[in-house]
Structures are given as structure tokens and as C-alpha cells.
Design a protein around this ligand. Structure first.
Ligand SMILES: *[C@@H]1O[C@H](CO)[C@@H](O)[C@H](O)[C@H]1NC(C)=O
Ligand SMILES: *[C@@H]1O[C@H](CO)[C@@H](O)[C@H](O)[C@H]1NC(C)=O
Ligand SMILES: *[C@@H]1O[C@H](CO)[C@@H](O)[C@H](O)[C@H]1NC(C)=O
Ligand SMILES: *[C@@H]1O[C@H](CO)[C@@H](O)[C@H](O)[C@H]1NC(C)=O
Ligand SMILES: *[C@@H]1O[C@H](CO)[C@@H](O)[C@H](O)[C@H]1NC(C)=O
Length: 808
């Protein structure tokens, strides 16, 4: 590639630096920011209160923006300005839209920007506030915490946009059976901020407070000038002394949590149906292989399993299900390693082959599960979705559940949801991300240990019940049923669960006295009614894809009426916020997860920016490494030492970095794990584990929080793990290089001779440069510094192709 052409490419990628700068100072003071969350028997109600002053001598627009969990429903929003309150009102979606349109046509409104991420969605609004006046924003949302893999997770995001003098987060969890364990995690719990967290536990209650000082809000690892930015994640579980479950009754409503763990595991039959069509190309197929290999390693010996891969052809690993013996697993792993992407997508033929295979296997005393993983629409064979669903439903005939995993954003997720629900399973999205393999494995872990099948729950005297029949119950999950009690004056309430355990029928029957004093504090009295409403609306909405005609309309109407009654912002409703400015309104919707990637718009493509201090001048030089490449970062041929990194489109830094030393030492660092092999022994660390060390004669690995310090021979390199805007990436920082050796590679070229007057010269060549901002990722505090941006060629005096390697 000649010089001119390269420069052109660099100009294209130049885009990136714009992102780093725009951080305008606001003339507003967020003087108080509270997050209070109360969890009563898994039902979480969170209130965010932000008090903001306009410190400008003229009126201005003040924004309020928060992120809330995707599963939650917003149930209240209020603004208070100069003693007057403005409450958001939940209305039917179309009515809200009409009101909004009218306002727009009068030129009085702007829409609410909403987006949806993997676990959080945005709520954003703004209001004009007079000079030196104040506004209070208050947002409430509610959600029922779901038990997964033996725990509940309460996720709270805090991102007030500036350091706040009075910042408080108060979380209170009350669980009648007692709390068995509780842990506080998330990036807001790391480093210095950990000192601001206080956990207090009693038998049935736990309080977590997080009161970081203003100082702590600016100096912590994940925060900067804009203050806190991150999550607090409280995970916990409750005691389960009563295998019949936990029943609570309050004000004519009840909830039953059923999660026995004293039951033996049921051996399972499982068939994995894996899409290997062309669209799985690249990372998706790599991650799928990786996940399958791990899943296979975890199979219990009494599992019978089958593997099917498909594109326009369907390939069976073996015609029958086989026991998960060591030999069979080894064979299966070899098959998995050979999975390659190609061809079109024949979902119909593949699923039917899976049904056929699993149906031929004896099911007595077992739990059978089909798992379909696909990333696209059916494109060959039977492509009519209705027909595929009819075929699959008929073939399965309610004998076992079908779980569908939709990989990425090109999938028709509605189709997968419908097909799973029709066949007693669930559909799950697998987000196209660095941790997709872990998402896949996580899903498998959730269904790995079936304890009961064909579960029926009965509540004599109960009415308006949520779902009461479940095909499978897995260890680590929980069945929740809520309802109303017809006769509120009865003294006792009975629950009955009938299910099939490993080869036998089991019954759990329990009676509780409804007149026992309830542990629910009076201010929380209506929580159970709201819990019932929340669960009912969720389930009605979920069932929508399955229904047709009148029944569908009836259930939709029911969900709508409940949403309106309880003021939930659901897919059927919107919240209308009328602002103090005459007639101006805003409308908040529950965003729908669609075909679009949920990320904030990123520049079309950007590259990694490495910073190099330049000899002969005090100002650093920086350059962009253009397209995704596998690159030689550092090399010392004399000591057989090299470091290679793999970058990728749309992300900073590297996703993977490999060290090689003296032919037998290999260290591979990814954004999830660190693996080291010295020719004989394997060592594996995980990011986020306890700090640890591994030292041998001339190799030292020191793992700290978010960095690993690597010394091989006399070269020392630190690899930092950065998390930014949902991206996770690695960044190398050379700490120590021997004086007498000539290092090569992108980070080894330290001997650039530069001068700056009157024009910037590198090795006596005049180069064009611009004075830009760049984030210095070589430090965990990520300071933004100024540097001269030059082209890659100018900095390195060589083409990028001279630094690319084929293998990490
Ligand atoms: C939230 O918690 C703070 C601090 O404990 C308390 O002062 C405040 O009254 C609480 N607000 C609400 C709405 O519960
Ligand atoms: C606000 O203050 C600035 C100077 O601090 C002054 O120039 C400006 O006229 C003031 N604006 C108003 C609306 O009073
Ligand atoms: C179910 O999970 C619990 C804890 O998570 C564990 O103690 C128990 O052994 C598991 N049961 C089976 C059958 O694996
Ligand atoms: C609950 O069920 C009763 C009948 O058993 C019915 O009349 C009532 O409307 C239901 N309530 C709701 C909110 O669905
Ligand atoms: C379980 O109950 C069902 C229906 O009542 C019956 O058909 C079946 O034989 C029972 N199974 C066992 C193992 O007792």
C-alpha cells in the first residue's frame, strides 16, 4: 500500500476523536440524588429522586436521565417546580400519542428519546427551569426479581452526570423466610467506593447503604469529571426450610413461591440443534463452539445427549442420543470443533430431526429438552413461519419443551418466542457480544438440573390466578403463583402442588393461617396486590403471541386495564408528562427490543488509539491503528519474547492479547479470563477474582483488580481491563524495557525522533498533525490528554501490514 492510500484510510477512521471531547459543563447543580429501593418478598420498588438547581441567571432546559432494569415497569413520575407538582399520567398508548401529536402540531413538544440495552433501558426527560430556580424529579419503578441459578439480583444504575454533594443510595430487602446470603457487587462496589458501602443484616432484613462523598464520586475507578457512572448489584437468596414453599397473604391477595431443592435430579435427554448457516460466520460460530465444548464438559453422566447442526443440510453427530460417557463426550467435542459456518437456514428440517431423535429415545423417568440455537430467519426448505410452527407443534405434541436461543439481532425473535411458548419452553436472546459464550453457557446452566416435571399448582379458594402449570422445574429457579382470595374472611389458605419427580408422583400440601400477623410493614401493604398485577400483566403480554382473534383482544384489554389501574408503563401504555410550559407534553413509552442493536450510535467504525511519547519533545504523539487486525505489539527476538494483540471493529483496544516467551511459555489474556501454560502446567485466572500471583523463575504474573502485571525475563508489561460504554477491552502498557535490546512492534518503536518547531517533524520528515484529545488507557484512571495525532505511517515509518501477524 502506498503512502497516499494509507493516509486516506486514516482520514476515514479519524472520526473517533470527536467522541472524546464534547463534555460540556452544565450550569446546573444536582445538589441531591437519592435512590431508595425496597424489596418486599422479591418485589422491588425503587424511587430515584434528583434535586437540581439552575445556577444560571437565565432560564434553561434541565435534563433528567436514568437507566432502569428492562424487566421493570415505571409506575410514577413527578416533577416539582416552585412548589407545584406535575405528575405523569399513564394512558393508553394511542390516546397518549394523540395528545402528544396535538402538542407537536402546536409546536409545543419534543419526543422522549428512549433506547434499550441488554439489561437496562433509558428514561429521559427535560424541563425548562427559571433562573436560580430548582426542580425535583422523582421516578418510581417496580419489578419482581426472578430467581436464576440460585439467586436474585437487584441491579441499580447510578449515573447522575455530575458529582453530587448529597448522594445516597438506600436499599432495604425484607424476606420473611430469612436471607441466606447477600453480596454487593458491580463496578460501584470496587476500589475506594467499597468504603462507602455499608451492609447491615438481621435475620429477615438486610440494608445496604451507599453514601459516597463528593470526593469519592470523582476519584473512583469508573468515574471521572462527571461523577459516578455504574451499577450496584445486590445478589441474595432466601432460606428454604419448607419444601412446600413460602406463602404470603395480605389484603385479599396471596403469593406462593415454590422452589424445593431436596428433590433428586432427574436424568435428562437433551438435543442441541445448532445453526451453522453463513450468517453465523466469525465470532458467533466461534463462541457457539466454545460454549458447546464447555457445556459438554459439564454434562452429567446420566444425561443422554444428541447434537444436530444445520444449514440447508441437517447433520447429525449420531443418529441416536448417547450417554454422556467420557468416550462419547470426546467424540462429540471433536464433532463440535469441526463445526463451520456455511449455507442457508433450514430451521424446519433441523427441529423436526431433533424432535424425531429425542422422541425415539425412551423418556420414562427422564426430562427431555430440545435446545435450538439460531441467528436468522428460515431461508430454505420450509420458510413459512406458520407452517414451521404447526409442524413443530404437531411433532412435539406437548411431550417435551423446546427452548429457542436467538443469537444477535437478525433473528425473528417473535417467531422464536412463539414457537417456544407453544411448546412449553422459553426463548432467550443471546446478545452479540464478547460474552456470548458465557450467555449460552449460563442459559444451559439454568436448565441443567431438572428436579420436577409436569407441575400443577392448586389453590382452593383462589381466583384470578397467574400461571399454575409448568412443564419443568429446574434447580436454582423458582415457580411463582399469585392470585386473589375469593373469601377474604377465611382463616386458612391451602396450597397444593402435584408434580412428577424422578420416576414418582409427588404432592406438596400446605395450609397457612391467614390471620397470622403478616410481616409486611403497613406502608408496604399493597405490595402484594401490585405484585399480582405485575405478574398478571407480564404473563398476559407474553401470551399475546400465542393467541388469535377475540381471545387475544380480550387478554390485551385485560392487560391494558390493569396497566392503567396500576399506572404501569407497559408496551400497551404510555406516560404523558405535562410540563409547566403551557400545554407542552412528553410521552414515555416502554421501548421494544427490536431488530436494531441497542447500543448508542457509535461512529461507523473506529480504531484503537495508541499513545506514544516522542523523544525530543514534551508533547505526546498519538496515532490510530486502523482496521481490525492481529498485530505485533512488542517483540524481542533475542529472548524469543513477543506480544500480539487482536483488535476489532467498533471497539477500542484489544479483545485478546497473547504473550509468547522462549517457545514454551504462552499466556493468553481475553476480556474474561487469563490462561497461562508453561509447557507443563496450566494456570487460569478470571478477571474479577481475588488478586493473586503466579511466579516462576523468570515469569511473574500478578493479577490485581482490572489489571495483570506480566514480567517475562526483563520485560514488564501491564495489561489493563477497561470497561467503557458497555464495551470491555484490554489495553497494553509497557512498563519496563531493557536498555540494551532493540524491541520492535507497535509499542516497541520508542525511538521516534521528533521536533515541533515550526512544523512537526518525525525523523526529520515533516508530517501533518492535529492537536486532539485522546484517552490514555495505559492508566486505569483513563485521563484525557492532548496529543499530536499523526498518521500510522508517519509515526511508525512503516505500513500497518508490517505489523500484522496471522496467529495470535
Ligand atoms: C430515601 O432515603 C433517604 C436517606 O435515607 C431518606 O432521607 C429519604 O426520605 C428516602 N426517600 C424516600 C422517598 O423514601
Ligand atoms: C447574566 O449574567 C451575565 C454576566 O454574568 C450578564 O452578561 C447577562 O446579561 C446576565 N443575563 C441576564 C438575563 O441577566
Ligand atoms: C440444587 O442446588 C442446591 C444449591 O444451589 C444444591 O445444594 C443441591 O445439591 C442441588 N440439587 C441437585 C439435585 O443438584
Ligand atoms: C377476579 O375474578 C373475579 C371472578 O372470580 C372477577 O369478577 C374479577 O373481575 C376479577 N378481577 C380482576 C381484576 O381480574
Ligand atoms: C402419576 O400420576 C398419573 C396420573 O395421576 C398416573 O397416570 C401415573 O401412573 C402416576 N405415576 C406414578 C409413577 O405413580
Amino acid at each position: 500500500m502506498d503512502r497516499a492510500a494509507l493516509r486516506l484510510i486514516l482520514l476515514v477512521y479519524f472520526y473517533f476523536c470527536v467522541l472524546l471531547m464534547s463534555q460540556q459543563k452544565q450550569n446546573v447543580d444536582i445538589y441531591s440524588f437519592y435512590i431508595n429501593s425496597t424489596v418486599t418478598s422479591r418485589y422491588a420498588t425503587t424511587v430515584i429522586t434528583s434535586r437540581v438547581a439552575n445556577i444560571l441567571n437565565e432560564s434553561q432546559e434541565i435534563q433528567f436521565e436514568v437507566k432502569i432494569p428492562k424487566n421493570a415497569f415505571i409506575s410514577k413520575f413527578r416533577m416539582t417546580i416552585e412548589g407545584k407538582t406535575y405528575d405523569g399520567v399513564v394512558k393508553e398508548k394511542e390516546a397518549a400519542q394523540q395528545q402528544y401529536n396535538q402538542a407537536v402540531s402546536r409546536g409545543q413538544s419534543a419526543g422522549l428519546v428512549k433506547s434499550v440495552g441488554r439489561t437496562l433501558e433509558d428514561f429521559k426527560t427535560s424541563v425548562t427551569v427559571a433562573a436560580f430556580s430548582k426542580v425535583t424529579f422523582e421516578l418510581t419503578y417496580e419489578e419482581l426479581l426472578k430467581r436464576r441459578l440460585g439467586k436474585y439480583e437487584l441491579l441499580i444504575n447510578a449515573q447522575p452526570m455530575q458529582p453530587v454533594a448529597d448522594f445516597k443510595m438506600d436499599l432495604h430487602i425484607q424476606e420473611k423466610p430469612g436471607i441466606s446470603f447477600l453480596e454487593v457487587k458491580g463496578d460501584l462496589s470496587t476500589g475506594d467506593l467499597a468504603n462507602a458501602i455499608k451492609t447491615t443484616r438481621a435475620d429477615k432484613d438486610a440494608w445496604v447503604t451507599f453514601y459516597p462523598t463528593r470526593d469519592q464520586q470523582t476519584t473512583c475507578k469508573s468515574c471521572g469529571e462527571n461523577g459516578l457512572n455504574g451499577d450496584l448489584l445486590v445478589t441474595y437468596d432466601v432460606e428454604r426450610r419448607n419444601p412446600k414453599g413460602e406463602v404470603m397473604v395480605s389484603n385479599g391477595y396471596f403469593v406462593h413461591y415454590f422452589a424445593p431443592s431436596d428433590v433428586p435430579r432427574i436424568p435428562k435427554n437433551v438435543v442441541f440443534i445448532i445453526d451453522r448457516s453463513g450468517s453465523m460466520h466469525g465470532r458467533k460460530i466461534d463462541q457457539t463452539r466454545l460454549a458447546l465444548l464447555r457445556i459438554l464438559s459439564d454434562l452429567d453422566e446420566d444425561t443422554n445427549f444428541g447434537l444436530i447442526t444445520f444449514d440447508n443440510e441437517v447433520s447429525l453427530w449420531k443418529r441416536e442420543l448417547l450417554k454422556a460417557t467420557e468416550t462419547n463426550l470426546e467424540n462429540a467435542k471433536s464433532f463440535v470443533k469441526e463445526i463451520r459456518d456455511r449455507g442457508a437456514t433450514d430451521i424446519n428440517a433441523a427441529v423436526l430431526a431433533g424432535v424425531d431423535m429425542i422422541s425415539r429415545h425412551p423418556r420414562e423417568g427422564t426430562a427431555s429438552i430440545l435446545i435450538l440455537l439460531t441467528d436468522g430467519d428460515p431461508t430454505t426448505g420450509e420458510t413459512n413461519i406458520e407452517k414451521i410452527m404447526a409442524n413443530v407443534k404437531e411433532a412435539i405434541g406437548t411431550k417435551f419443551p423446546l427452548y429457542c436461543l436467538g443469537f444477535g439481532y437478525d433473528v425473528n425473535f417473535d417467531f422464536l418466542t412463539k414457537m417456544s411458548l407453544e411448546n412449553g419452553g422459553v426463548a432467550r436472546r443471546i446478545y452479540e457480544d464478547l460474552d456470548a459464550d458465557l450467555q449460552l453457557q449460563g442459559f444451559y446452566d439454568e436448565v441443567a438440573v431438572p428436579l420436577l416435571t409436569d407441575i400443577q399448582l392448586k389453590y382452593p379458594g383462589g381466583t384470578n390466578l397467574t400461571k399454575t402449570s409448568f412443564s419443568l422445574y429446574f434447580n436454582g429457579s423458582e415457580i411463582v403463583v399469585s392470585g386473589q382470595i375469593t373469601d377474604n374472611s377465611v382463616e386458612s389458605f391451602t396450597t397444593e402442588v402435584i408434580a412428577v419427580s424422578k420416576g414418582s408422583n409427588v404432592t406438596y400440601q400446605d395450609t397457612i393461617m391467614t390471620k397470622d400477623p403478616s410481616d409486611v410493614p403497613p406502608e408496604n401493604e399493597d405490595f402484594m396486590q401490585r405484585l399480582w398485577a405485575y405478574l398478571t400483566v407480564k404473563q398476559l403480554l407474553e401470551r399475546q403471541v400465542l393467541l388469535k382473534g377475540e381471545e387475544k383482544e380480550d387478554e390485551k384489554e385485560e392487560a391494558l386495564q390493569l396497566s392503567l389501574k396500576y399506572q404501569f408503563v407497559t408496551p400497551l401504555t404510555s406516560m404523558v408528562v405535562t410540563k409547566p410550559q403551557e400545554g407542552e407534553v412528553e410521552v414515555a413509552d416502554k421501548p421494544k427490543e427490536g431488530g436494531e442493536p441497542p447500543r448508542p450510535p457509535a461512529p461507523p467504525a473506529h480504531s484503537s488509539r495508541f499513545l506514544l511519547p516522542v523523544v525530543g519533545q514534551s508533547k505526546p504523539l498519538c496515532f490510530d491503528v486502523p482496521v481490525p487486525h492481529k498485530l505485533r505489539l512488542l517483540q524481542d527476538s533475542a529472548s524469543e519474547f513477543s506480544v500480539n494483540g487482536e483488535s476489532m471493529t467498533g471497539q477500542n483496544g484489544c479483545r485478546k492479547i497473547a504473550f509468547h516467551y522462549k517457545t514454551n511459555h504462552h499466556l493468553t489474556i481475553s476480556t474474561t479470563s487469563i490462561r497461562y501454560h508453561d509447557g507443563q502446567n496450566h494456570v487460569e485466572f478470571l478477571w474479577g477474582q481475588e488478586p493473586t500471583q503466579h511466579n516462576t523463575e523468570d515469569v511473574s504474573l500478578i493479577l490485581r483488580t482490572n489489571e495483570i502485571d506480566v514480567t517475562m525475563g526483563n520485560i514488564r508489561v501491564i495489561i489493563l481491563l477497561h470497561k467503557e460504554n458497555g464495551d470491555v477491552f484490554l489495553w497494553p502498557a509497557v512498563q519496563q524495557q531493557p536498555k540494551d535490546v532493540k524491541l520492535t512492534g507497535i509499542l516497541g518503536e520508542s525511538e521516534i525522533q521528533g521536533s515541533q518547531t515550526p512544523t512537526l517533524k518525525i525523523n526529520d520528515q515533516e508530517v501533518s498533525a492535529s492537536w486532539v484529545d485522546a484517552t490514555d488507557y495505559r492508566l486505569s484512571s483513563k485521563p484525557v490528554i492532548k496529543c499530536w495525532l499523526v498518521s500510522f505511517y508517519a509515526a511508525m515509518q512503516r505500513d500497518i501490514s508490517d505489523f500484522t501477524v496471522t496467529e495470535l
